[in-house]
Every structure is written in C-alpha cells, then in structure tokens.
Design a protein around this ligand. Structure first.
Ligand SMILES: CC(C)(COP(=O)(O)OP(=O)(O)OC[C@H]1O[C@@H](n2cnc3c(N)ncnc32)[C@H](O)[C@@H]1OP(=O)(O)O)[C@@H](O)C(=O)NCCC(=O)NCCS
Length: 214
C-alpha cells in the first residue's frame, strides 16, 4: 500500500468517541498520554490485578502505535471535566459481531471517577458504537471491583479458572455481562451514583471567577 494511503487507513482506525457526563469526560487516548498511562499502571496495589506493562515510556508509545492500527479497539482516557485532569483509562476492545469486552479500567488512587467512567463506557458501547452486549473479566481476588459490578446490576456469567497469568501465577476471573436490553435500568442506577459524586466534585471546583484570578 502507498505510504499516504496507509497513513490515512491507520488514522481512520482511531476512534473519535468522546463523551462527557457527571463531571468526567471519556476521550480517545493519544500518544501524549503515554507517560501518564505508565505512571498510572505503576501503582503497586492496583497493578496486582492487571497485566504488567513496561515502565519505559518509549515502550508504551510503541504499544499505543500498534493500538492505533488495531481495528475493534477503543482505548479512552478518563478526564475530570472541569480541569482536564487525567484520572485513568478504560477500553472497549475485541469488538466483534456487536459484542465486546471492556476493561483496562484503571483509575488514579483516590479518584472519584468509578461510577462516571463506567456510566460513560456503557454509553459509548450502547449509544455510540451500537453494541448489543458487553462483558468484563475481573480478577476474582479483586473483591472491590467484583462487588462494584454486582452493585451496578450486571449479571455474572461465571468464574473462569486460570483466566489470565499475572506475573507468573494463573488467576481466576469473574465474568460479568450487560446486554443492551438491560442498559436503561443499569443506566438509571449508575447515573444516580455518578451524579451524586459529580455534585461533590463541583463543590470543590474553582468557579469561573477563581479560574481567572478575579
Ligand atoms: C485482565 C484485566 C483484569 C486487565 O486487563 P489489562 O492488563 O488492563 O488489559 P488487557 O487484558 O487488554 O491486556 C492484554 C495485553 O495487552 C497489554 N496491555 C494492555 N494495556 C496496555 C498498555 N496501556 N500498555 C502496554 N500493554 C498493555 C497487557 O499487558 C496484556 O499483554 P500480555 O497479554 O502480553 O500480558 C482485564 O480483564 C480487565 O481490564 N478487567 C476489568 C477491569 C479491572 O478489573 N481493573 C482493575 C482495576 S484495580
């Protein structure tokens, strides 16, 4: 393929889904996020529950370059809307025949973005990408995240033995799923949680006057 055509083709695989709600924004990950992603995934407590990645930012840039060329993969940065603070990542990937996995969900310690980022991820999946079913796999020992998915009203498909190898150890995963027909109910539930937190964030956000030093 000619280089110009190849460049156009590669760029056309980059998704452009951007959604804002409940104090947070999901936007496409860019190359400029590489260092923030490495720092984010270096948290020793949370990184126990995801695949290890290199701490070298150049390696992350190479991974992102490959991601930009991969079809069926939407990787998002989670940003606090009022000041564009990067607070985490989430992804919808392995999109095939209306089904997809979501994950790579990783938030800064202390971030309040959990309900809003999940709410926006489901909106992206069902309302922007037109998917029929989403599933996610959580390390069984990651009790907080497993119970978060239960509390949102997701159904469990079951436990997958030895689902991943993290470090050298095989670990079990709990699989949850959400179908398009259940989304309105989960949406109502999540938006209540997300909006409650959003009011808290906005209470602490600088006013327009403060932003401009007035
Ligand atoms: C496995 C799981 C738990 C974590 O996934 P993940 O490591 O973030 O992402 P993937 O499953 O897409 O990883 C697949 C591969 O891509 C790599 N990868 C993913 N994101 C990457 C990134 N930003 N940079 C480099 N490599 C990356 C992983 O290292 C892995 O490589 P490997 O197979 O060679 O080890 C996933 O099922 C998931 O995201 N579950 C739900 C969210 C969750 O539980 N989050 C925990 C928060 S505490």
């Amino acid at each position: 393929m000619l280089p110009k055509l190849w460049r156009w083709w590669s760029q056309s695989l980059r998704h452009s889904v951007r959604l804002t709600g409940a104090g947070y924004t999901l936007r496409p990950v860019t190359m400029d996020d590489a260092a923030a992603i490495v720092a984010l995934r270096s948290d020793p407590e949370k990184s126990r529950f995801v695949h290890a990645i290199s701490s070298d930012v150049a390696e992350q840039e190479k991974w992102l370059a490959r991601y930009f060329e991969r079809p069926g993969d939407c990787y998002f940065a989670v940003e606090r809307s009022h000041d564009q603070r990067f607070e985490g990542t989430v992804g919808i990937y392995d999109i095939e025949k209306g089904h997809a996995e979501w994950g790579r969900w990783f938030l800064l310690p202390g971030s309040l973005a959990a309900p809003a980022s999940v709410f926006l991820t489901y909106r992206a999946a069902f309302e922007e990408l037109g998917l029929q079913k989403l599933y996610c796999r959580t390390v069984a020992d990651n009790k907080a995240v497993v119970s978060f998915h239960d509390s949102c009203g997701l159904k469990r498909s079951g436990v997958i033995s030895n689902a991943f190898t993290l470090g050298t150890e095989p670990v079990d995963a709990v699989e949850h799923f959400l179908e398009r027909a259940q989304w309105p109910e989960v949406r109502d539930n999540l938006s209540i949680q997300a909006n409650r937190i959003s009011r808290l964030i906005m209470r602490n956000a600088p006013t327009e006057k403060q932003k401009h030093g007035l």
